[in-house]
Design a protein around this ligand. Structure first.
Ligand SMILES: CC(C)(COP(=O)(O)OP(=O)(O)OC[C@H]1O[C@@H](n2cnc3c(N)ncnc32)[C@H](O)[C@@H]1OP(=O)(O)O)[C@@H](O)C(=O)NCCC(=O)NCCS
Length: 183
């Protein structure tokens, strides 16, 4: 079975050399054709390089699946701030779909985020994928969660459904949430 031959790694940025960077970007361009303009030059959106990347490769070293985690700051209505693990670029190549690989990759990324003491993980997805993430323990916040370019300019997200996961016993804050690059 396709998933039996998969090798899974969690890589820090320092472990991703130029050829691997190019290989991952080529994979992301193929899996996210609408975002080719971004992935042609970098592996993440909005000027935040990943803090780590979970990657699945087959026995030839070809990429089968990918999840990146970048760091963001969330600010609550009460002005509490948290550094959170922002999950992005969740992608599994066609032959490996419906094999559980995406869930394994997400779990590896969330375990790593827990080890690194992030209290919460967040992501932004498109509406058709909400059920997929809900089935895997992600939740929709009750209030708005808005990504900001700077303190004044909200980013229009094509993936406009924000979701979160609690990584410790601490409950996700109530009320509207602002999301920034680390402040
Ligand atoms: C999302 C993804 C990793 C899930 O892989 P998987 O676990 O093997 O599962 P599937 O491909 O069967 O997709 C899971 C569900 O999401 C839906 N889905 C997946 N990609 C979708 C897309 N581009 N648009 C709409 N729905 C999509 C599937 O229809 C499926 O729904 P169902 O389980 O209710 O039938 C994989 O489909 C993928 O790589 N897609 C392209 C990249 C992408 O859009 N990533 C999401 C970033 S938030």
């Amino acid at each position: 079975m396709a998933s039996d031959i998969i090798k899974m790694d969690v890589l820090n940025e320092s472990e991703i050399d130029e050829p691997l960077d190019a290989q991952i970007r080529e994979f992301l361009c193929r899996l996210f054709p609408n975002w080719e303009s971004v992935f042609k030059t970098r592996r993440a959106w909005h000027d935040a390089p990943p803090v780590f990347t979970a990657i699945a490769r087959d026995e030839r070293g070809d990429i089968a699946g990918h999840v990146a985690v970048v760091e963001r700051t969330i600010t609550t209505n009460w002005n509490f701030r948290y550094l959170v693990a922002s999950v992005q670029g969740v992608s599994v190549d066609e032959p490996y779909r419906k094999t559980g690989l995406s869930v394994r990759l997400l779990n590896v990324a969330l375990d790593e985020a827990r080890k690194r003491k992030y209290p919460f993980a967040i992501l932004f997805c498109r509406e058709p994928l909400v059920h997929f993430y809900e089935r895997n323990g992600w939740k929709l916040p009750d209030d708005s969660m808005i990504m900001w370019r700077d303190r004044e300019l909200p980013i229009h997200m094509q993936s406009n459904c924000p979701m979160y996961r609690e990584l410790t016993d601490e409950p996700f804050p109530e009320g509207p949430i602002d999301v920034h690059n680390p402040l």
